[in-house]
Design a protein around this ligand. Sequence first.
Ligand code: GLU
Length: 517
Amino acid sequence: MCGIVGYVGPRPALPHLLQGLRRLEYRGYDSAGVALVTGQGIWMCKQSGKVAALAAALETAPASALAASCGIAHTRWATHGAPTQANAHPHSDPSGRFAVVHNGIVENYSVIRTHFQNQGHVFKSETDTEVIAHLLAECYQGDLAAAVGQVLRRIVGACGIAVVCADRPGEIIVARRGSPIVIGLGTGENFVASDSTALIAHTREVIYLDDNDLAVLTASGVEVRSLDNTPVVRTTTEITGEIGATEKGGYEHFMLKEIFEQPEALRNTLRGRLDLDLGTATLAGLNLTPRDIAALRRVLLVGCGTSRHAGLVGEYALEDFADMPAEVEQAAEFRYRNPIINSQDLLLAISQSGETADTLAAVREAIQKGAIVAGLCNVVGSTIAREAGRGIYLHAGPEISVASTKAFTSQVAALLMVALKFARGRRLPREEGMQLALELRGLPDLVEAVLEQNDAISLVAERYAAHDRAFFIGRGYLFPVALEGALKLKEISYVHAEGYHAAELKHGPIAMLDERM
Ligand code: GLU
């Protein structure tokens, strides 16, 4: 889930929107865009890549857009459709009267998309989000807030949205369900963002929306309502903290921030995929029928470093629950020998970035040998995801820190769902499947309960921090976890020894590190 920014007031909106997007860059994203309400309707500009690329494209914006005093903007982390200009937000309806930016996932988007396609609507992107704009046009009868309320009732899944309409200049409607929205109160102007980091330069007075709240923002005021459009009262909070301190969302470093994002990442990985009634997992992207699964001879789990360790958990689970022969392969070795694989083998290529060179080479080798190949990646549209052609996206959100945390736990959750699905297809009775599905659903809460013990954990960490070496010992499922613990320590000491910032490492001078470990 990435960034939302909005401004309505007497001043030109664009500088505020760009500044807000820049302040949200720390979250990681793959594309960006703005929509401005001008006298001639809605004007949009979107770019794949950095906010700087969007700012460069905006240099040739028409005078009406530069003068517009109401607008919304977005940084996207793709979940549905590659990180292209067409898929970047905002998205509009066919008439171009409505524009929406969205954080989250519309789980029932394909049903809604088909509903509109049957009416002859043409879609301009591959995103789940675009259906929201089409729904807005269908529901709107002069009251934009009422239309947003109706739309929210028709979509399933997590969302934070901001909407503008050409017929209602000077009005932004925002809504929240499972994805944060915070409103910044100004004098004669109002701001909105998905994260208070983007507001702190303008105001300290904010209103945090609750789930299923929507709000109407104009220059002169903010009204919070429920989805059925009746007013609700939300308290105003004062935010504290320095601008610089919020760069990493208030955390000392990205790794800590991402450790604390694990419950949300896990919820997003599991969302819409657990079938509690049938006691199985719905993994449509794998595109394997029960017959395909029954015909499989074995599963090869290929990855490097953290991804390989997650693969080991997957191997144990496939053997335990599904009686499925499974083997983990070090991708860097796989490509340099002559692996005996054929069309009865499923190769699961595990890579957070979807770009790990050795894993990609393994994918190509397996495709060439006729195996069934699926990707397990976090980055949508990445090379491994594209070349494998089938797979499971983690939806864990951007991971900036080199030392992987939330991607590992999400990989494990995704692999446990694969094991559950295979187990139900091969041997596991429904009741046992239901029990496992229920336990998987409870995982994010359990992780949350562990993170609540942060203070006690810090005390233990302080006690051991000064030691040069550590042994991590584990058996069974805890063996790969021990390996992963040891790898974390190696990565962190490397970062300290070299004096690099973890984020620089992943994207900068020694990005190779990721691949070697
Ligand atoms: N699901 C949406 C998309 O793929 C929004 C992703 C986000 O939260 O940035 O475009």
